[in-house]
Design a protein around this ligand. Structure first.
Ligand SMILES: [Zn+2]
Length: 177
């Protein structure tokens, strides 16, 4: 939902929203920080404050990066610059890491925080960009997705063959987890 000055407040349904540009103070663990010049729509009756999608995204990215700094992880722009240095798209980068195709878009816009293992791999690539060839040597010449699908299919086929040969009766209800 997009808000504008004069809209009826959706919470109390009696106040008319007023547009204000504010600096918001945010806190994570011990770290306090201020995100500047955020356009908010405030209700003078109940005091509720709203932001539009663009501002909400900016706040989200800012917050994610603040949390990453506090936790010792790479921030959005650092991840982006590692990728740019290797001259690959977000999708190509994700395929090289065998992760979801949208993962890097999400890391770079602050929607998601990378895990510690991914963070380590990115740091290795930042120091040793030549190591990137190890990520995609086997399937660079063919359609990447096709090779990946084929590998998956082959693995599955092998597993099924193996299972039918040994003829083990898997009874899940008898398994103790
Ligand atoms: Zn209100």
């Amino acid at each position: 939902m997009e808000y504008a000055a004069g809209d009826l407040c959706p919470v109390c349904e009696s106040g008319k929203l007023e547009e204000n540009v504010k600096n918001l103070e945010l806190e994570y663990k011990e770290r306090k920080s201020i995100v500047e010049n955020i356009t908010c729509f405030d209700c003078p009756v109940c005091g509720e404050s709203y932001t539009n999608r663009k501002e909400s995204r900016a706040i989200e990215k800012f917050l994610t990066d603040e949390r990453r700094r506090e936790d010792g992880l790479l921030v959005s722009n650092e991840i982006k610059s590692i990728r740019k240095k290797l001259a690959v798209t977000q999708v190509q980068f994700a395929r090289a890491f065998r992760v979801g195709e949208k993962n890097f878009a999400r890391y770079e816009n602050g929607q998601t925080t990378q895990g510690a293992a991914m963070d380590c791999l990115l740091r290795v690539l930042r120091e040793h960009p030549e190591a990137f060839k190890l990520f995609h040597d086997n399937w660079n010449d063919v359609g990447e997705q096709k090779v990946y699908q084929f590998k998956f299919y082959y693995k599955r086929k092998k597993a099924i063959e193996k299972r039918s040969k040994t003829n083990v009766d898997y009874n899940l209800s008898k398994c103790v987890l």
